[in-house]
Structure formats: C-alpha cells, structure tokens
Design a protein around this ligand. Structure first.
Ligand SMILES: [Fe+2]
Ligand SMILES: [Fe+2]
Length: 264
C-alpha cells in the first residue's frame, strides 16, 4: 500500500521555508511514499522559478503541479522543459511548454499526476477540461495504475462536478486554487477521494496568502496597490491518501494539516 501526501498551493517564502524545514520529518512521521505539491504561488506568491522547483524537490517533494499562475515568473516557460518532476495544467492551449502529467513510481504503484485547469471565472484561458480529461486518462491508461487528479478551479460547483465525473476512474480529485481548506473530504461511492480545496501551504494570518491590510483597503476604496505576501501563522495543508495495488480508487483519504511552531 502506498501512502501519499498532497500539499495545496505553497505560498511565498514562508510556505517554502516550512516545506524545507519540516517536510523531511513529516515524511518520516507519516511514513509517506510520495509527496506531491502545488507550487504555483511559491515565488513571491505568483509563479515558480527553476531554483525554487529544485529546492522543493530537494526537500522531498516528488512531484510539483501548477495552476493559472504557472507562467508568472519570467523565463519559467523556458525552464520548465528541464524539470522532469514539474507538470503544468494539462489543458493549457496546445503547444504550451512543459509536461502535461507526471508518472511517479513507488513500490507497486505508478501514480499519474495531472492538473485540470478550471474554466469558470478563471482569467487564464484553457481548453475544455471535462471532455479532454476523460480522453486523456484513456490514452494513458497503460502507463499508470491510477491517478492523482487535481482540479484547479475557482468555483465549488466545477470542482464537485469533476469529482463525480471521474469517480471510480482515479484515486483522487483534489481541489486547489482557492487556498482555503474545505470540510468536505470524502471517498465517493466508486472509490475516488475528493475534496473541494486542500487549502494552501503558507501564511494563514493573511487573505489567501497576501498581507491583510492592503487587501482590506482595496475593498474599502477600490484603489490599486501592491499586495505583499504575508508570513505569519504558517501551516501546511493538504490530504494524505492511501492506494492499494491493483485498485484505481483510494483506501483512505484524510485532510492533513501541520502548524509550523511560531519562532521565539
Ligand atoms: Fe494558488
Ligand atoms: Fe491558482
């Protein structure tokens, strides 16, 4: 049986530091075989760089997924091609650089990892995820035993619908992007673990990872201003799930949280 941790969007320096300092011990304590994390907000809250991807990988993140912020750091569209453990959303427009999915191997399991970018209220445009993911899973059926599907979307309805759509065909459908963990983790009737949002891995005394005051002021006066990245009350949030050899669904699927002890 494989035990896998998925961490929601790693945000900024605080999120990265928490991963670097604590993930090795978490891997041991939780007896993890694989760790997958979304890194779309790892660089200053927007995007990721090659150096940061390498650092996360070196800290024990086996696979890194991305979302709508995948190209926010200049040059990453060139660098992604040299990072075999990073995949961008599979349904970006044809010809986009980067891997469309990963295959992570651990004892007795080849786990496909793929992110579906949502279409409702999403600024970055993409191809229609629903019809495409079904065909995509069929095309790669022989290469993976089962899948970690990530639904990176704004609305709960789009994410819940994806869960039901893929129930029984994949190990998990895990929501990301909204950065707030939801209380709906469950295993659907045909065996797929589902949660609307795994939450972010970053500073929770914030508004979705950004400093509180500038965002609140923006809601008061509507004026544009810089949204700096927060740093207090750092937590790693995600899910731990277990997959048995030969099964496409998951055996267990539980929310995970680790609160980083405050310094001093
Ligand atoms: Fe995000
Ligand atoms: Fe996002």
């Amino acid at each position: 049986m494989a035990r896998i941790l998925f961490l929601g969007d790693i945000v900024g320096r605080a999120g990265r530091q928490a991963v670097r300092q604590h993930l090795p011990a978490i891997r041991e304590a939780e007896r993890l075989d694989l760790v997958v994390a979304n890194g779309e907000n790892a660089a200053g809250g927007a995007g990721i760089t090659r150096e940061i991807a390498e650092e996360l990988h070196g800290s024990g993140v086996d696979g890194i997924t991305l979302g709508d912020h995948c190209w926010d750091q200049r040059g990453f569209d060139k660098d992604i091609g040299s990072l075999p453990y990073v995949c961008r959303p599979f349904n970006l427009f044809a010809g986009s650089p980067g891997l469309r999915h990963l295959v992570l191997e651990t004892e007795g399991l080849r786990l496909g990892v793929v992110t579906v970018l949502g279409q409702v209220l999403m600024k970055i445009q993409s191809d229609a995820g629903f019809p495409m993911i079904s065909n995509y899973l069929d095309e790669h059926r022989e290469a993976c035993d089962t899948w970690l599907v990530e639904t990176h979307a704004e609305t709960t309805s789009e994410k819940v619908a994806m869960g039901w759509y893929l129930d029984g065909r994949v190990a998990t459908v895990i929501g990301t992007h909204t950065h707030i963990p939801t209380a709906d983790a469950r295993i659907l009737p045909r065996g797929t673990g589902f949660i609307c949002d795994a939450g972010m891995s970053g500073p929770y005394d914030s508004v979705l990872g950004r400093d509180i005051a500038p965002i609140v002021r923006r809601f008061i006066d509507g004026m544009p201003r810089r949204f700096t990245v927060a740093g207090a009350n750092v937590q790693l949030r995600g899910v731990i799930f277990e997959v048995e050899p030969g099964q496409r669904g998951c055996k267990s699927f539980d929310p995970y949280s680790f609160v980083v002890p405050a310094e001093g």
